[in-house]
Design a protein around this ligand. Structure first.
Ligand code: SAM
Length: 290
């Protein structure tokens, strides 16, 4: 028991999220970032990188289900999937639930995050690293995207925030390289912050998407770990129809996939693209700036 020890997240000026710490499970200053994993009575295991909460065992299912099942079921024929970031491997676990996915490549910059996640996050990533469809590449996602000749139907960017090693993953050059990596009509989905507190992050990403892709948008999910209301998940594709799939089509595909979920449903999928006014304003501002 770590009497009286708290970990405070200070991502937003004037706001501090404080977690009481029951026990520190792991702590390391890696080549790329400060990493700490501790237990909290409410959120369970909490991973922080550079003082910012990345994932907790209590609600990881919300984020990982919405980052995986939405693009894969909207696409309908995704065989090759790329994850950029995602070191805790919770997202990979959800993607690999789709038997139709033949190959999942994950490009993660920090091997330490994957190593300790293998040991400490079996709660939600069991079997991923032993799945023959899974290929882990330890590299900077920016460099991989610029150099690879491989092609993907769905690219999911599960990155840290736009500073430190994650900053390049919000750049126009990176999005252009993702567009090059996507098969025709493929989909890009990005972790894009909490619009109520990080509005400019969404505006800038949609602006950059709009200069590169035919369809630039966002969808939302409410994830208690990411303080501040809805989290925005960026969406970009050259096939505008994918974002407007009928619920009946999604139900058919979800049923055929035979996946059990705790947050995702076809109705939640469709509803997630119905944005509250202030978030829609941010998306429209981004499109208008392009
Ligand atoms: N869901 C979390 C969030 O929304 O903040 C992110 C979780 S995941 C742990 C973020 C991962 O992105 C980390 O493992 C980090 O090492 C990785 N990452 C950061 N910059 C990267 C880069 N340039 N290339 C590849 N991976 C990167």
């Amino acid at each position: 028991m770590s009497e009286g020890l708290n970990f405070n997240e200070t991502l937003y000026p004037g706001v501090q999220v404080s977690y009481s710490c029951d026990q520190i499970l792991y702590q390391e200053k890696t080549e790329h970032q400060d990493l700490v994993l501790f237990t909290n009575p409410v959120f369970g295991k909490v991973l922080m990188l550079d003082g910012i909460t990345q994932v907790t065992t209590a609600d990881e299912f919300i984020y990982h289900e919405m980052m995986s099942h939405v693009p894969i079921l909207a696409h309908g024929a995704a065989k090759n999937v790329l994850i950029v970031g995602g070191g805790d491997c919770g997202l990979a676990e959800e993607v690999l639930k789709h038997k139709s996915v033949e190959k999942l490549v994950q490009v993660e910059i920090d091997a330490s995050v994957v190593d300790f996640s293998r040991e400490h996050f079996g709660d939600f990533n069991s079997g991923v690293l032993d799945d023959e469809r899974f290929e882990l590449v330890i590299a900077d996602g920016m460099k991989f995207a610029a150099e690879t000749e491989r092609r993907f139907d769905v690219v999911i960017v599960d990155s840290t925030d736009p500073h430190g090693p994650g900053a390049v993953l919000f750049s126009e050059e990176f999005y252009r390289n993702v567009h090059r990596m996507l098969t025709p009509g493929g989909v890009l989905v990005t972790q894009n912050g909490v619009p109520f507190l990080q509005k400019q992050e969404l505006v800038t990403s949609v602006e950059r998407f709009s200069r590169i892709f035919a369809d630039a948008a966002a969808y939302i999910a409410a994830i208690p770990t990411y303080f501040g209301g809805h989290m925005a998940l960026g969406w970009a594709s050259d096939n505008p129809e994918l974002r407007n799939q009928a619920v009946s089509v999604l139900e058919e595909r979800f049923k055929a996939a035979g996946i059990v979920t705790r947050y995702y449903t076809p109705d939640v999928h469709a509803a997630a693209f119905a944005l509250p006014r202030f978030i829609l304003d941010a998306v429209e501002e981004g499109r208008a700036k392009a």
